[in-house]
Design a protein. Structure first.
Length: 440
């Protein structure tokens, strides 16, 4: 099929490259000339496993190209809208400027029989608002939310857990077209759910609200564990064995961040309030508050471990990305912890395998270095993103590098026993401090 993808950010670039990889002829359009240039040369503007290979293969095959010129969508019959919907400045609601602009720019190029497919995460009601102008061009509108996780974006796009198509009443044509777009995924077992626009829009925010709630639930349990002497990691294992609950997304720690969960739960709350149903999702404000409290708790824990003040103490902050396998620092709890400690006068040296350039752009005031530079003579070590290289650190070796063997495991990703046995004072979130410190 001939397909266009409007917006070549995280979502659009991955979507365009993935569709080309399954045999479609794809043009990606973006207003950012530098991004288009990078993508056209097979360079990924984001760190995402498998994406560079897919981009290069697509471009070499001639099935994938990128452009800044919207008229290049002509010839395509299915047009995906994959632009961003960031949080509006000074508000909780979503900023729809880019979505509205994408529709406005695309409309003049639509011809009879085209299908426009919204992929962006939008407040419920957005599709209905645009359906009329698309239909006036003889085209159809569908909404097909994306559920990709950063770090697994290619896999999640090529083999999605499910496909959701929101279509207008009786629009079987758009369903057929989307089935053809996703023929490979459907053949390998991805289920398809066809719904109205509102349901499709809500599926996305409901899924993210549920995931955020699950994380904040276990982090709330961590808060209780901290004052009762319980261990939240064992609690999570135990309740996770109940198949109705499941162990996934029950990792207590510094909480969620990234480009989706925080802004999506806020936008959902704002939209529900507009609809007069604020109370239905009022709990999401609590979910957000619990999440933000965990960052504060990490700073508090480091302070306690350092005897009441971090001032002039060297703190090694391991991790800046909002999660491993990503260079994304949008709303990153890790970066936030580094900034807060720095603001309190600690001598922070922060490090990350991929996210240092993005962090530096946002926070040039921080000192960045290699893992070795961060650890050298540190008074405390804080692990804030569970990159494999931090999980695999050898505690005995690191012990010889630091000044004081104090580790705050803000992701509960280290083996507390092994670290304590190697002479460390180990402090996790929602668990008791292990004092294995050997004073010399
Ligand atoms: C999320 C959704 O998973 C995805 O379906 C949606 O399309 C976009 O938002 P992503 O932001 O890539 O994807 O990350 P995800 O893997 O969901 O993690 C989100 C955050 O939650 C991370 O900061 C992660 O560290 C945190 N998290 C996750 C926890 O704190 N505990 C957990 O148990 C799981």
């Amino acid at each position: 099929m001939k397909i266009s993808v409007i917006g070549c950010g995280y979502l659009g670039a991955v979507h365009a490259a993935s569709l080309a990889s399954v045999g479609h002829d794809v043009v990606g359009v973006d207003i950012d000339a530098a991004k288009v240039e990078a993508l056209s040369n097979g360079r990924s503007p984001i760190y995402e496993p498998e994406l560079p290979e897919l981009l290069r293969a697509g471009i070499e095959s001639g099935r994938l190209r990128f452009s800044t010129d919207m008229s290049d969508v002509r010839g395509a019959t299915v047009h995906f809208i994959a632009v961003g919907t960031p949080q509006r400045l000074g508000s909780s609601s979503a900023d729809l400027t880019y979505v509205d602009q994408a529709f406005a720019d695309l409309l003049p190029h639509l011809v009879d029989g085209d299908v426009v497919v919204g992929k962006s995460t939008v407040p419920v009601g957005t599709a209905q608002r645009h359906a009329g102008s698309v239909e006036a061009r003889g085209a159809r509108l569908a909404w097909n939310p994306e559920f990709l996780r950063e770090g697994f974006a290619v896999k999640d796009t090529i083999e999605p857990d499910r496909l959701v198509y929101g279509v207008a009443d009786g629009d079987t044509y758009s369903v057929e077209q989307l089935n053809e777009v996703y023929a490979t995924a459907i053949a390998s077992g991805s289920p398809v759910i066809v719904s109205d626009f509102a349901t499709a829009e809500l599926v996305k925010v409901a899924a993210n609200a549920f995931l955020a709630t699950k994380i904040s639930f276990i982090n709330a349990m961590a808060e209780i564990a901290e004052v009762t002497g319980a261990d939240v990691t064992k609690l999570a294992d135990a309740i996770g064995h109940d198949k109705r609950i499941g162990r996934k997304f029950l990792n207590a720690g510094v909480g969620f961040g990234g480009g989706c969960l925080p802004k999506d739960i806020r936008a959902f709350t704002a939209r529900a309030e507009e609809l007069g149903r604020g109370e239905s999702v009022a709990f999401l404000k609590e979910v957000d508050a619990i999440n933000l409290r965990r960052r504060e708790r990490v700073v508090e824990l480091v302070t306690e471990e350092l005897g009441g003040s971090v001032f002039q103490k060297k703190v090694a902050v391991l991790g800046l990305a909002f999660k491993p396998d990503s260079d994304d620092v949008r709303d990153s709890p890790a970066l936030d912890v580094a900034v807060r400690l720095n603001g309190l006068g600690a001598k922070v040296v922060a490090t990350d395998p991929e996210a240092m350039p993005n962090s530096r752009r946002l926070h040039p005031q921080l000192v960045y270095g290699t893992t070795e530079e961060a650890l050298a003579d540190a008074d405390a070590v804080v692990v804030v993103t569970e990159w494999p290289e931090y999980k695999e650190l050898n505690p005995a070796k690191v012990h010889r590098m630091v000044r004081t063997p104090i580790v705050v495991d803000a992701r509960n990703c280290l083996d507390a026993d092994v670290w304590a046995e190697s002479g460390w004072e180990y402090a996790g979130l929602g668990r008791q401090v292990r004092n294995g410190r050997v004073t010399t």
